[in-house]
Write a protein that binds this ligand. Structure first.
Ligand code: ADP
Length: 484
C-alpha cells in the first residue's frame, strides 16, 4: 500500500532531533496488521538520543517563545494546510500501519489536523487579567507564560490525532516538544513531523523519538527524570499512566493524562430505538472497538430490550470485515495478537457466565475478529469491569433509571458515557448523575476539536481540545506592582 503514495518522501523512517533525521544504531520493524508483513523498519533510539532531543528542545525554547503569538499561529496554520493537502497519503500510511478502514483513516487526518487549526487560532487568545487592587498604590496583573519543554507519549489507536491534540496547544503557547509516538504506528507520526518541518517549525522546536516497546520504557524514564521537561502528556493505558505518575514525582512534573475508559451506553424505554442502534454501532465498532471512548457496556431498559437486541444484532451481522483498503469494509484488523486474545477472553467469560451469543463470537484468520453481540450480560462478567478494546458488545437488561445509573458508575473509570432518552427531565437527571468527563445524549460520537475531551476518576487528569486544552501548557504568573 505504501507504494501508492503520491508523495513518497512523506514515508520517513528515521527519528527527528533538532531538525535532523537520525537513523539510530538499531532499527525495529513496523508491521501491517492486516497480514502481519513488515512494512519498513524505523530508528530505535534510546536514552542518549532522548537526552539530545531534550537539550535541543531546551535550546530552541527561548527563540520560539519570543515569537509573537501571531507568528506562531501563522506557522501552525501552515502545518494544518499541509496536513490537509496530504490527507490521502497520511490516511494511506495510517491504514497500512494501524489497520483502520481507509475512509476512517482519512477522517482521522481531518480530525487530527483540526487541532492544529484550532490551536493556531487559540494561540492569539492566551489572555491575562487585571485584578482590582487591595491598596490604591498597587496594580495587580495575571499573565500566562509557556510552561517550557513538554513531552508527549502517544498510543497507536489514533496515530495522528493523539499527537496533534497535545503538540498543537504546546507549540501555540510557546513551548517546545519531544514526542515519543507508539511503536506500532510511528510512520503517520513521522510523516506529520516532516510536514511540520515543511511548514517552517524551527529545528529543535518539535522533536520525535521513535523506539520499540523495550526502549520506549527507557526513553520514558529519561523524560520523566528530566528537570528540563516541565510537562508530560500521555494517552494510553491506566496501568502505564500510573507508572508515569510515579516516575514524575521526583521532578514534580505537571501531567496531562488520558487513560482507559469503560464507557456505558444506556438505552431507556423512551428512546428512539433506531437512533440508539445507529449510535451504538458507531460508538462500538469504530476503529474495531479500539478507542478509549468506545461503548464497552450496553444497558437497555426491559421494555425495549428485545427490540434493541434484535435491531442492533441485524446491523452488526451486516458489517463487512477485512483489509481497510477494500471497498465497503467497516471493520479492519485488530492491532496485534494480544488484542485478539483479550476479546476472546472477554467473550468466553461472558458465555461461561450465561451470556447468549447473538452474532459473531469468533476470531477469524490473522488479526481479525467477528463483530460480536452477546445478550444477557451480568455484572460479574469481565466485560462489566474491564475495557475490552475490541469489537464485542455485551448487552445488560435493567429495570429502573437508578439501577442504570448505579451500574454505569460502578467502575474506577470515568471517561465517556452515552445514553438515549427523549424525556427532558431524565436527560438532565441522568446527565448530571453520570460520573464521567463526557456524556453523549442521543449521540454515539462526541469528540471534536473545540470541546473539552477528558476523564474523571482513574481515566485521567486535564482536558484536551477546546480553549481549556491550552491550560496545561501555560503557567499563571501574578504580578503585584507597588509605588504607583
Ligand atoms: P495501549 O494500551 O494503547 O497499547 P500503552 O499504555 O501500552 O497503550 O502505550 C501507550 C504509549 O505508551 C506507547 O507509546 C508506548 O510505547 C508507551 N509506553 C508503554 N509503557 C511505557 C513506559 N513504561 N514508559 C513510557 N512509555 C511507555
Amino acid at each position: 500500500p505504501l507504494a501508492l503514495l503520491k508523495d513518497p518522501s512523506l514515508l520517513k523512517t528515521d527519528a527527528l532531533i533538532n531538525g535532523q533525521w537520525v537513523a539510530g544504531a538499531s532499527r525495529f520493524d513496523v508491521l501491517d496488521p492486516s497480514n502481519g508483513r513488515k512494512l519498513v523498519d524505523v530508528a530505535n533510539l534510546g536514552p542518549a538520543e532522548t537526552e539530545q532531543a531534550i537539550a535541543a528542545a531546551n535550546a530552541a525554547w527561548p527563540a520560539w517563545k519570543a515569537k509573537t503569538a501571531k507568528e506562531r499561529s501563522i506557522i501552525l496554520r501552515k502545518w494544518f494546510d499541509l496536513l490537509m493537502a496530504n490527507q490521502e497519503d497520511l490516511g494511506r500510511i495510517m491504514t497500512a500501519e494501524q489497520g483502520k478502514p481507509f475512509g476512517e483513516a482519512k477522517g482521522e487526518v481531518a480530525y487530527g489536523a483540526s487541532f492544529v487549526e484550532w490551536f493556531a487560532e487559540e494561540a492569539k487568545r492566551v489572555n491575562g487579567e487585571t485584578l482590582p487592587q487591595f491598596d490604591n498604590n498597587r496594580r495587580l496583573m495575571v499573565i500566562k507564560q509557556p510552561i517550557g519543554v513538554c513531552a508527549a507519549i502517544t498510543p497507536w489507536n489514533f496515530p495522528l490525532a493523539m499527537i496533534t491534540r497535545k503538540v498543537a496547544p504546546a507549540l501555540a503557547a510557546g513551548c517546545t516538544v519531544i514526542i515519543k509516538p507508539a511503536e506500532l504506528t510511528p510512520l503517520t507520526a513521522l510523516a506529520a513531523a516532516e510536514l511540520a518541518m515543511r511548514a517552517g517549525i524551527p529545528a529543535g522546536v518539535l522533536n520525535m523519538i521513535t523506539a520499540d516497546s523495550e526502549q520506549s520504557i527507557a526513553v520514558g524514564k529519561v523524560i520523566c527524570a528530566s528537570d528540563v521537561v516541565r510537562h508530560l502528556s500521555f494517552t494510553g493505558s491506566t496501568e502505564v499512566g500510573r507508572i508515569l505518575i510515579k516516575q514524575c514525582a521526583d521532578t514534580v512534573k505537571k501531567l496531562s493524562l488520558e487513560l482507559g475508559g469503560n464507557a456505558p451506553f444506556i438505552v431507556f424505554d423512551d428512546a428512539d430505538i433506531d437512533s440508539a442502534v445507529e449510535g451504538a454501532l458507531a460508538s462500538k465498532y469504530r476503529n474495531a472497538g479500539q478507542t478509549c471512548v468506545c461503548a464497552n457496556r450496553f444497558y437497555v431498559q426491559e421494555g425495549v430490550y428485545e427490540q434493541f437486541v434484535a435491531k442492533f444484532t441485524a446491523k452488526v451481522k451486516a458489517m463487512k470485515v477485512g483489509n481497510g483498503f477494500e471497498d465497503g469494509v467497516m471493520q479492519g484488523p485488530l492491532i496485534e495478537d494480544a488484542a485478539i486474545e483479550k476479546v476472546k477472553r472477554h467473550v468466553a467469560d461472558a458465555v461461561a457466565k450465561g451470556g447468549k451469543v447473538e452474532t459473531g463470537g469468533h476470531a477469524l484468520t490473522g488479526q481479525f475478529f467477528e463483530p460480536t453481540v452477546v445478550s444477557g450480560a451480568t455484572a460479574d462478567m469481565l466485560c462489566a469491569k474491564e475495557e475490552t478494546f475490541g469489537p464485542f458488545a455485551p448487552v445488560f437488561k435493567f429495570k429502573t433509571e437508578q439501577e442504570a445509573i448505579d451500574a454505569a458508575n460502578n467502575t474506577e473509570f470515568g471517561l465517556a458515557s452515552y445514553f438515549y432518552s427523549r424525556d427532558i427531565g431524565r436527560i438532565h437527571r441522568v446527565g448530571e448523575a453520570l460520573e464521567y468527563g463526557m456524556v453523549g445524549i442521543n449521540v454515539g460520537i462526541l469528540a471534536t476539536e473545540h470541546v473539552p475531551f477528558g476523564g474523571v476518576k482513574q481515566s485521567g487528569l486535564g482536558r484536551e481540545g477546546s480553549h481549556f486544552g491550552m491550560d496545561d501548557y501555560v503557567e499563571i504568573k501574578y504580578l503585584c506592582i507597588g509605588d504607583i
